[in-house]
Design a protein around this ligand. Structure first.
Ligand SMILES: Cc1cc2nc3c(=O)[nH]c(=O)nc-3n(C[C@H](O)[C@H](O)[C@H](O)COP(=O)(O)O)c2cc1C
Length: 207
């Protein structure tokens, strides 16, 4: 019988809890949220606490921690103010720019200018897409739910438009090799896909 290490989250500090969560929930997909402020300044920031919430209608969620002083990150502030954001799937060719774009910059400056990434016009929402990635979700804010004593916000968005570059598709499916997504591990670690395994069933339907 293995001797596990046991932790009661109420008895360890929040950094230790963060280390357990981000070390165990891996690899996490990464997307760039692009938003625009009421004043018209575009904003870009990466998020890895991201997942699918619902298929009909399509919904995704991002967990956007508060700044240490309790204020809201620009992404959340803009998404709440305008009701819109775009989620751009981060791929290997741009992963270093993605990391650099997480540096905090003043609200009246845009990470699009800092990184040199291309803002592409969206179809149904105002925030631009990131032109260098092959998949973008245009989203309208569905809800912001706050958890725990620090009112930790979860942003839920309905995807109102999908953009997929055909060069990352094969036979109508998004092709993992062509997509070349990036995952966040713990600490400063990131990963690309390793070996891809397939397990086929007689009815041909994936489980
Ligand atoms: C790979 C990566 C993933 C990140 N994931 C999250 C996340 O899920 N939630 C979060 O609050 N911050 C996350 N961050 C930090 C934000 O990107 C960072 O705080 C950013 O400056 C917020 O920008 P904003 O104030 O313009 O919204 C992540 C950073 C990196 C590099």
């Amino acid at each position: 019988m293995t001797d596990y290490l046991d932790y009661d989250p109420s008895e360890i500090d929040r950094r230790a809890v963060y280390r357990l969560l981000t070390g165990a929930v891996v690899p996490r997909p990464i997307g760039w949220a692009s938003t625009i402020s009421k004043e018209g300044v575009t904003n870009l920031a990466p998020f890895s606490f991201f997942t699918v919430v619902c298929v009909v209608p399509p919904m995704i969620s991002l967990t956007i921690a508060r700044n240490p002083d309790g204020s809201e990150k620009h992404t959340l502030k803009n998404a709440k103010a305008t009701g819109e954001f775009v989620f751009n799937i981060v791929t290997a060719p741009v992963w270093e720019k993605m990391v650099d774009s997480a540096n905090a910059i003043p609200e009246d400056e845009s990470e699009f200018d800092d990184t040199g990434l291309t803002p592409l016009g969206s179809v149904k929402v105002v925030p631009p897409r990131v032109g260098e990635v092959p998949i973008q979700f245009e989203c309208r804010v569905h809800d912001v739910i706050e958890f725990g004593p620090h009112k930790h916000p979860l942003l839920v968005g309905e995807v109102v438009h999908f953009h997929v570059d055909p060069s990352c598709m094969t036979d109508g499916y998004i092709d993992m090799e062509k997509l070349d997504p990036i995952g966040r591990l713990n600490g400063f670690g990131y990963s690309r896909l390793g070996e891809i395994m397939h397990r086929n069933f007689e009815d041909g339907q994936p489980r």
